[in-house]
Design a binder for this molecule. Structure first.
Ligand code: ADP
Ligand code: MG
Ligand code: MG
Length: 916
């Protein structure tokens, strides 16, 4: 905490100087005390201090909760401290809690630092009893209201504090409505509600084995303990593990005097946003429900009206609410959401917080607030995230299109996918082979569905959450996925899905799924390209008259990020086309050009011959044929990236990837032999395939090992690079080639390759007369390389961290195998919150990167450092790479804007402002 005064220590008063203070009046806190008062409590205090009408109350700190959870007992001083604050509250209100003739009533509300499902529900109307309900009736002049409030208390208290099954109360309420032949609860009269109270009390007695407590203080204390205990429910614990919220924060408890929205038509309750959370536009957004208490809005018992209608219902409160919303926005300098209640024409504020918003609104709001002078550009940059930008870059469904939504699940992996419904992987594969687009629909997926998932445009499941198999694997593949759409009934045997309302989707029917919103539509919804991508592609100009407001906002924030970032951003691109696109997206070079793709297609045969060569002459022959082909590839690449660095990785994958499939080949050979016309070449090939077969190809003959074992391979590649560079130079170009050696584990490997490379480069310089400056460096992707980085730096001008392989080798698992098989279990057990292939594992893999950076720079201070694993485009990982001081990150062209943005955010957060 940054406050200079320790807020845990009371100044003077109730608990005595120097002692820990466990209770804060709403007038004592402020919005920066979220650690101690929770989000809700801190903001209630902030509003109180702004002079807004907040019902008085106090907050019990997270510290009290922690003590209670650690020791099983509340801190010794808490009871008296709560008592003192309650007394002060009572004095201010002129009545005591549960006072028989005129009761003070309170709500007990949980509120942790981060809002968290699984925490205890709020209990309203605490303080009502058989006696005080009479007093409330007399005071309000409304019998019905008093008994309605009492039955609500018993219901909420019974359910959330005493653990009684809530349905029992619901059923009894329903029965009362049926008996009375009415459809909504407001039509029940005082006498009905009185009977219901008797029934509710009986339910409590039978189910909880105790009477509903009549002592108001006991009600309050039990509710407070229940809030404390709810910190450790299974649901809350699981949520924290997944969201990486520390388990030791504890929750605060807010005790807030009641205001009543259920006192008749001049009362009501509502929610509001200070601007549209979907577009960012200022206006009147929210819902209002007349004659109701807060929980009715959420429960959807009756229909709410649009907030704008409040103007005609209660103009005075409406105007006041508009002024308060403006005050809040100017104060928080951000979009706020609000809960309020009107009691007989008097407006009360019950909650506010900085509101959630869509990705598009985040960018718009950030720039709108800059224009309003509320925040500066640095702050605007912190108000948006790379994840939001990524979301804006997916193609999306046309908003203008007429759609028929049939369900909604969890938005597990973004994108918009359209295809024919199939209910098993086999059909998915079969249909997609014949050119159909399919959506794979399953109850849930398992490792057997992998091929079907690859074949499908998108995946839809009716079960499972963000960490289910479908979600994890789809995200890993970058495939659109909606999971856990529980209202859709999937029948895989009969190959059909039934939506609420009886719509049946048979195999072959077209469906559309939106992985960014979780919505599922019947039929084909037209897909439109993202305007943000159009902008990055240069097909839309931010300054143009018809430019979208969103594009203009993205443009401004990107420009600022580019100005402040220290990390450079390069692309992983293997050909000129990708390189050009990367350049349009803002790449400052190529960080990884894989050469293996250049060996496929027509050229595979040359590689086969190279591998099969028995003599040097044969080998040289095929290398000689490969050389001009490689050279041409590099010339194109250097041209596309003229003036910018291009890092070319020499051949990396296991050789058998270039050879035919062993089974297919065996069959061919066997058939030929049985016909008696065995093909000499096939036989040799089969032998080679057997010879080169590896149990663990990932850990076998690949990378630098290939270069050392197959004479002439790497030198051919280096020659192609050098000659291409010389040719570009002669054409007045500015090629900046860097030669990168993969999978080095020890400096000796690098030295040998390097010596040969230097010799070849010298030769090319000699023959072409062009002076070449080619940097030679290595990937750091094996633990041994990282551990001996100091030695390796002696032979390397640059390091590029290959964090994919480094993650595999540090953890000792292969991505293809584990992601599809047991990652779901690991994520669900909370072993990691996110796959280490998505976000760099800071503690393990990250610590090797950190120490290798240090050791490398110690040997060679001007060592250039980058990363070319997929982590290079992952927001959180970019922050890590900024922190450890890399020079650049390299990622796929499409992720470049995200990396630029996050590099900017990392550079400006590191000046001291908080991570968001
Ligand atoms: P949540 O975190 O689920 O929003 P809240 O503590 O905000 O829980 O309360 C649930 C509902 O009860 C909200 O609609 C809130 O406005 C309402 N509420 C809470 N305290 C009071 C109170 N003292 N008087 C009237 N309504 C209240
Ligand atoms: Mg609330
Ligand atoms: Mg690798």
């Amino acid at each position: 905490m940054s406050e200079n005064k320790d807020p845990h220590v009371a100044g003077s008063g109730d608990s005595g100087a120097g002692e820990v203070k466990f209770v804060y009046d709403f007038t004592e806190g402020n919005k920066d005390l979220k650690d101690l008062l929770g989000g809700k409590g801190a903001n209630l205090a902030e509003m109180t201090n702004l002079g807004l009408p907040v019902p008085p109350g106090f907050t019990i700190t997270t510290e009290a909760c922690k003590t209670y959870l650690d020791s099983g007992e509340e801190p010794a001083a808490l009871r008296d401290e709560v008592g003192a604050h309650l007394q002060a509250l009572e004095a201010g209100m002129g009545k005591t809690l549960g006072q028989a003739d005129d009761p003070l009533l309170v709500s007990v509300r949980s509120g942790a630092k981060f809002s968290m499902p699984g925490m205890m529900d709020t209990v309203l109307n605490i303080g009502l009893s058989d006696k005080s309900v009479q007093g409330l009736a007399r005071q309000s002049g409304d019998d019905r209201f008093a008994w309605d409030s009492y039955r609500r208390l018993i219901q909420m208290f019974g359910k959330t504090v005493l653990g009684v099954d809530g349905e029992l109360f619901e059923d009894a309420l329903e029965a009362a409505k049926v008996a009375k032949k009415v459809s909504v609860d407001t039509e029940l009269e005082a006498a009905d509600l009185k009977k219901l109270v008797t029934k509710f009390k009986r339910i409590v007695k039978t189910e909880a084995g105790r009477d509903f407590p009549q002592d108001p203080r006991e009600q309050m204390d039990l509710a407070i303990h229940a809030v404390f205990d709810s910190w450790n429910t299974d649901r809350a614990k699981l949520y924290r593990r997944q969201e990486r919220i520390p388990h030791d924060l504890g929750t605060a408890v807010n005790v807030c005097s009641m205001v009543f929205g259920n006192l008749g038509p001049d009362s009501g309750t509502g929610v509001a946003f200070t601007r549209d959370p979907a577009s960012g536009h200022q206006g009147v957004y929210g819902d209002y429900l007349q004659n109701a208490q807060g929980e009715d809005v959420v429960a959807g018992i009756r229909n709410t009206v649009a907030l704008a209608e409040l103007e005609s219902i209660d103009k005075k409160s409406y105007d006041q609410l508009m002024r308060i919303m403006e005050t809040l926005e100017n104060h928080y300098k951000d979009l706020c959401d609000i809960e309020f209640t009107i009691e007989r024409g008097q407006l009360w504020m019950l909650q506010t917080r900085v509101g959630k918003r869509t990705a598009g609104a985040a960018f718009r709001i950030a720039t709108q607030l800059v224009d309003q002078g509320l925040i500066d550009e640095a702050e605007a940059l912190q108000r948006v995230t790379g994840a939001q930008l990524a979301q804006l870059m997916f193609p999306r469904f046309d908003d203008q299109a007429k759609v028929e939504q049939i369900g909604r699940g969890i938005a597990a992996s973004p994108g918009a996918a359209v295809g024919k419904a199939v209910f098993d992987s086999y059909t998915a594969i079969k249909w997609s082979r014949s050119g159909e687009k399919v959506i794979l629909i399953r109850r849930e997926t398992n490792p057997d569905d992998l091929d079907g998932m690859i074949a499908a445009e998108g995946i839809l499941t009716s079960r499972g959450g963000k960490t289910s198999h479908a979600a994890v694997v789809a995200r890993g593949m970058g495939k659109t996925c909606v999971c856990g759409a529980e209202e859709l009934e999937v029948d895989t045997k009969r190959r059909r899905m039934t939506a609420p309302g009886g719509v049946v989707i048979e195999e072959g029917d077209v469906v559309s799924i939106d992985g960014s919103t979780g919505k599922v539509y019947l039929g084909e919804v037209p897909v439109v390209p993202s305007p943000v991508v159009e902008y990055f592609e240069g097909r839309m100009h931010a300054g143009a008259d018809d430019a979208d407001e969103l594009v203009a906002a993205v443009h401004r924030i990107m420009a600022y990020a580019d100005r402040v970032r220290r990390l450079r951003v390069r692309a992983n691109a293997d050909n000129a086309e990708d390189a050009l696109r990367a350049r349009r997206f803002g790449a400052q070079g190529i960080g990884l050009c894989r050469t293996e793709h250049m060996f496929l297609g027509d050229r595979r045969e040359l590689v086969e011959r190279l591998i099969l060569a028995d003599t040097d002459a044969e080998r040289e022959e095929s290398l000689k044929e490969l050389l001009p082909l490689q050279k041409r590839d590099f010339i194109e690449l250097f041209e596309a990236m003229d003036g910018l660095p291009v890092t070319i990785r020499l051949l990396d994958p296991p050789l058998h990837e270039f050879l035919p499939d062993v089974t297919e080949l065996s069959v061919r050979v066997a058939l030929a032999e049985s016909r008696g016309d065995a093909n000499e070449n096939d036989l040799r090939l089969l032998q080679a395939v057997h010879r080169l077969h590896e149990q663990n190809p990932m850990l076998g003959l690949r990378g630098v090992r290939l270069g050392l074992v197959i004479p002439g391979l790497f030198t051919m590649q280096v020659r192609a690079i050098a000659e291409a560079a010389a040719e570009r130079r002669n054409a007045k170009g500015d090629p900046r080639a860097e030669v990168m050696i993969p999978l080095v584990g020890t400096v000796q490997e690098l030295e040998i390759v390097r010596d040969e490379a230097d010799r070849v480069i010298a030769e090319v310089q000699e023959t072409t007369g062009v002076e070449l400056k080619l940097a030679i460096g290595t990937m750091i992707e094996l633990p041994r390389a990282a551990l001996t980085a100091g030695q390796i730096a002696e032979a390397a001008e640059f390091f590029s961290f290959g964090t994919n392989d480094l993650t595999q080798t540090v953890w000792g698992f292969s991505r293809d195998d584990v992601e599809a098989s047991f990652f779901t279990a690991y994520l669900e057990k909370g072993i990691f919150g996110v796959s280490p292939f998505e976000t760099i594992d800071r503690d393990g893999v990250g610590s090797l990167v950190r120490s290798a950076v240090k050791a490398g720079r110690a040997t060679r201070p001007d060592l250039k450092l980058g990363v070319c694993g997929e982590h290079g485009g992952d927001p959180e990982s970019v922050h890590f790479f900024h922190e450890v001081g890399l020079d650049y990150v390299s990622c796929s062209p499409f992720r470049i804007p995200v990396a630029r943005l996050e590099a900017g955010r990392a550079a400006s957060t590191s000046k001291g402002s908080d991570h968001r």
